[in-house]
Design a protein around this ligand. Structure first.
Ligand code: PEP
Length: 256
């Protein structure tokens, strides 16, 4: 299997005003003059900041992502934003199926699948989130839950070039709790195997599988060195440029 270039993506969630663009300036300053970063770096601010974030990040090498999209390209869907609109605003990726959307908005796998297809249609990378709840982990159904989510949420024909999987145990998001490296390795290895069944071994071997859930500068090295972990989806810690950059630096000196 060839080495997979890792991705560190920051999900700002429903945080960020105009003043937060200063954090993007700070992130830009961190990467400036460093011709080769150890991993790809992406920030996913709220939709209201996308256009201005695109201007700030232009030419920096830092990618811009969004947090959700509607399955359709346009139409009478008040308050929704299409993948085409996100691309037009400067995004190159969009998170779909985040557990907060699955919980807050009742999003089911079929809808997540439609959103991922919309992302592909618009030329965006779909970052598809899966992960078990605390109860599901306690009941030892983690692998079954993740398998069902992957089967339902990952569109047929998805490729490593347009799709990223984020394994985010729901109980680890924003709680400061994390699975053990052994547990992370088990689920990520399992996801790679499931992807081989869904998309073929070639795509599965190239696809990035991110870990998400309370990744911080202090635990990034341990979590990101786990086998089959090809980067991180970072929530809270991504709001501070220094912290997001410190997480990226966990890759310095490694060839993951
Ligand atoms: C997330 O929201 O995707 C996430 C991983 O959040 P946090 O890092 O805050 O746990």
């Amino acid at each position: 299997m060839t080495a997979i270039r890792p991705l560190v993506a920051g999900n700002w969630k429903m945080n960020g005003l105009s003043s937060s663009l200063a954090e993007l300036e700070a992130l830009k300053a961190h990467v400036k003059g460093k011709p080769v970063l150890p991993a790809d770096l992406m920030v996913c601010p709220p939709a209201t900041l996308l256009s201005r974030a695109a201007q700030v990040l232009a030419g920096s090498g830092i990618a811009l992502g969004a947090q959700d999209c509607h399955p359709l390209p346009s139409g009478a869907h008040t308050g929704d934003i299409s993948a085409e609109m996100l691309a037009d605003a400067g995004a190159t990726a969009v998170i779909v199926g985040h557990s907060e959307r699955r919980t807050d908005h009742g999003e089911i796998d079929a809808l997540v699948n439609a959103k991922a297809r919309a992302a592909h249609r618009a030329g965006l990378t779909a970052i598809i989130c899966v992960g078990e709840t605390e109860k599901e982990r306690r009941d030892r159904t983690t692998l079954g839950v993740v398998a069902r989510q992957l089967k339902g949420s990952v569109p047929q024909g998805s490729q490593a070039a347009n799709t990223v999987i984020a394994y985010e145990p729901v109980w680890a998001i924003g709680t400061g709790l994390t699975p053990t490296p052994v547990d992370v390795a088990e689920v990520h290895g399992f996801i790679r195997g499931e992807l081989a069944g869904l998309l073929g071994q070639g795509e599965a071997d190239r696809l990035r599988i991110l870990y998400g859930g309370s990744v911080k500068p202090g635990n990034a090295s341990e979590l990101l060195s786990v086998e089959n972990v090809n980067g991180a989806l970072v929530g809270g810690a991504s709001l501070k440029a220094d912290d997001l950059y410190a997480i990226l630096k966990a890759y310095c000196g490694r060839t993951a």
